[in-house]
Design a protein around this ligand. Structure first.
Ligand SMILES: [Zn+2]
Length: 351
């Protein structure tokens, strides 16, 4: 069955449950390589965060976003590329590749993505063109495409895009050098401690019922939160972490505070009053469904709340999200401080 076919019990596309697993420790992992983390996040804000950073540094950062994302894509595809006869071989024959890219993008919430042209067709490709509509993030898709082209065809590629009259984008990747692009210096390693969320899962495909509550528009490649209507997408957090690292390197200072603030503002637009603070179990599921980590402990004393989160990822996005959640519940902006414990846990205090 195709990955766009719905689960007969819960309706979630089978590509979601085949490729991702929601663990009881607040993480989502890629089924074929459980060391590879994934997240399911509100995605409308990603380009917003990049735009805000661009304003703050007063220069374009698109190059760094594409570079960071392509680096993560290459890291991700490298071990898969070694599987002879695996999906890379499948991907390399033109017709299945078209279907694979289109289906995967729809299932993951990236928009509608069509492989238009591979040139030359029956030899090592030098140029590939995509058409994308309703794209979840233009620079992230460009980075992904660049990284995939470099892994499949070797060398270093450049990407250009063009906005068409109908609102779609034409993205072209073409090889500019035989030299491989620089590889990542330091690997991104996430903690992986046990947890006990206790998901109620679909008896047929195994996704948590919270995931089954989302709505997939497979024609457009859009996932929407059933309750808030916000757009969501499934992607690897490492791509975003690499983007932040690239920006930090370029700007010469950490970007975490800026990202936290952008995320806080965005989360305030969709979090409803008290929603996530109903109970510890509820907040644990809110974070775990997104793959952001495992809420181990929440302690509330007079005027202060402290949280301990194991297996955190995308720290500035996680912090901004929690700050907004508590701001909504307290009806005032909390004063926030945080630290990382030696075991990798994130310890947050808000008062
Ligand atoms: Zn199901």
């Amino acid at each position: 069955m195709r990955m766009t076919s719905p689960c007969r019990r819960c309706g979630v596309p089978l590509g979601v449950s085949r490729n991702q697993r929601w663990m009881d420790n607040g993480t989502i992992v890629f089924s074929r390589d459980p060391t590879h983390r994934m997240v399911l996040l509100e995605s409308e804000n990603l380009d917003g965060i990049f735009e805000l950073l661009e304003e703050l540094v007063e220069r374009p950062i698109e190059k760094q976003v594409i570079e960071g994302k392509s680096m993560a894509t290459r890291e991700f595809l490298k071990p898969l590329a070694r599987w002879r006869g695996g999906w890379l071989a499948y991907l390399m024959s033109y017709r299945p590749a078209r279907e694979y890219i289109a289906d995967l993008s729809r299932v993951m919430g990236y928009g509608s993505v069509e492989l238009l042209e591979v040139s030359p067709r029956f030899r090592r490709a030098e140029r590939m063109t995509l058409r994308v509509r309703d794209v979840y993030s233009l620079p992230l898709v460009c980075g992904d495409f660049k990284g995939a082209a470099e892994t499949v065809e070797g060398g270093t590629s450049r990407v250009d895009y063009l906005l068409e009259k109908d609102g779609s984008y034409r993205i072209t990747a073409y090889r500019v050098s035989e030299e491989p692009p620089p590889s990542a210096e330091n690997p991104i390693i996430y903690a992986n401690r046990p947890g006990d969320i206790g998901w109620v899962r679909c008896r047929s495909c195994g996704v948590p019922e919270e995931v089954a509550g989302l709505k997939w528009d497979l024609r457009r490649g859009v996932i929407a939160d059933g309750a808030t209507g916000r757009r969501m997408a499934i992607f690897g957090p490492a791509g975003i972490e690499r983007v932040f690292m690239e920006l930090e390197r370029e700007m010469g200072r950490p970007v975490d505070r800026l990202v936290e603030e952008a995320q806080r503002r965005h989360a305030l637009t969709f979090l409803e009053s008290g929603e996530v603070l109903e109970s510890v179990g509820r907040l644990r599921k809110v974070l775990g469904m997104r793959g952001l980590g495992y809420l181990e402990d929440l302690e509330a004393t007079s005027g202060a709340v402290s949280l301990r989160i194991a297996n955190p990822c995308l720290r500035p996005l996680l912090i901004g999200f929690l700050e907004a959640a508590f701001e909504v519940a307290l009806r005032r902006r909390p004063r926030l401080s945080w630290e990382t414990a030696p075991d990798g846990d994130l310890i947050l205090e808000m008062r």
